[in-house]
Ligand binder design. Structure first.
Ligand SMILES: *Cc1c(COP(=O)(O)O)cnc(C)c1O
Length: 340
């Protein structure tokens, strides 16, 4: 396979169409066989459920070329499971989990020339998504759905290394205690846009949402879970209204089994923030973004790791997890899914 003629090192985090996308349609109570397509557009009713009532869910994962030259994806079974749960919460017919993993493999294989070479820092981002495609005007679930997977090569999230960011305690709610915060639904992002645009105007990189009911406990940011280091402890949030991040769950395992840390998944009161040594945001896109400062309505909580570079423990977590993904460090059983 000959790679595409792309300057991989200068890629940003944007969309470009690749060779093929995967598409399957749900009609008359069943998913069709699904197929690859080179048509990167979607034609649906002007009254489609997704357009009127935002019935859509999505996932995000990556394909990498490892140091051994193999193309792999990272724990796609967890994305399959999460999308299954997301779909059920929005009354959409879940796409079968085994078919999800097969479809990811098929579409990555068809786009193997778009998987950035090892060492470039770039990756192939994989975006599975599903939406209500048939017309709905009275409020109810659509009868027909489309499941698609698009892929697009993306550059390293942080060019020239990850500088710690400053985030603010949000002035808006992201997820109600019994709402949809735990599923990956487009609607959670639509309502976060105003808050993020405002935060950016104020000079902050992200919003850290407190729990909507009491506004006293840490939840997560608009698109990433939050992790803290306190001595030899890896501390992260337990809440029914945060998204179960694959990266965060993998880091918990890495902290315990590779770095010998103690892992705590529990409620974190905002008042505890000044007690942590290091802080980071985690998700597929950036793996870990170090946080140097949290601004709580003018009061600055500065972590001892500072604003120049990642704290030492977060750096170790980052190096170990990316080492596993890139084939430099032996992976736990079942984490690496080889494409070819
Ligand atoms: C996708 C997402 C994350 C990160 O999940 P990963 O599986 O690690 O990519 C965290 N929080 C929210 C709200 C998300 O949508």
């Amino acid at each position: 396979m000959e790679k595409q003629n792309i300057d991989w090192g200068s890629l940003g985090f944007g969309y470009m169409p690749t060779s093929a996308s995967y598409v399957s349609n749900y009609k008359n109570g069943a998913w069709d066989d699904g197929a690859l397509t080179s048509d990167h557009t979607v034609t649906i009713s002007e009254c489609a459920g997704v357009l009127q009532y935002s019935q859509s869910v999505f996932e995000g994962l990556k394909a990498y070329e490892t140091v051994q030259g193999k193309i792999v994806t990272f724990r796609p079974d967890l994305n399959a499971e999460r999308m299954y749960n997301s779909a059920k919460r929005l009354e959409m017919p879940p796409f079968p989990k085994d078919r999800f993993v097969e479809a990811v493999k098929e579409v990555v294989k068809a786009n193997d020339s778009w998987v950035p070479p090892y060492g470039s820092g770039a990756t192939l981002y994989i975006r599975p998504y599903m939406f209500g495609s048939s017309a709905v005007i009275g409020v109810k679930p659509a009868d027909e759905y489309q499941f698609r997977i698009l892929t697009t090569p993306v550059g390293p999230y942080f060019k020239g290394g990850a500088k710690p960011i400053t985030i603010k305690i949000a002035d808006y709610d992201r997820a109600a205690p019994r709402g949809t915060g735990h599923i990956k639904a487009g609607l959670n992002y639509a309502m976060s846009l105003h808050a993020i645009v405002e935060a950016h105007k104020q000079g902050f990189a992200e919003n850290l949402y407190p729990d909507s009911k009491t506004l006293t406990k840490v939840e997560e940011t608009g698109g990433a879970n939050i992790i803290f280091i306190k001595g030899n402890k890896f501390v992260t949030v337990k809440s029914p209204s945060i998204l179960p991040s694959v990266t965060r769950r993998s880091l918990e395992y890495v902290a315990e089994h590779y770095l010998g840390m103690e892992v705590e998944e529990r409620e974190i009161p905002l008042t505890e923030l000044p007690e942590f040594d290091e802080c980071g945001l985690c998700g597929t896109a950036a793996v870990i973004s170090p946080v140097g400062c949290i601004n709580d309505h003018g009061k600055e909580i500065k972590f001892p790791s500072g604003m120049e570079k990642m704290g030492p423990t977060i750096q170790k977590l980052y190096d170990t997890l990316t080492g596993i993904q890139m084939g430099r460090i032996e992976a736990p059983e079942g984490w690496i899914c080889e494409i070819e």
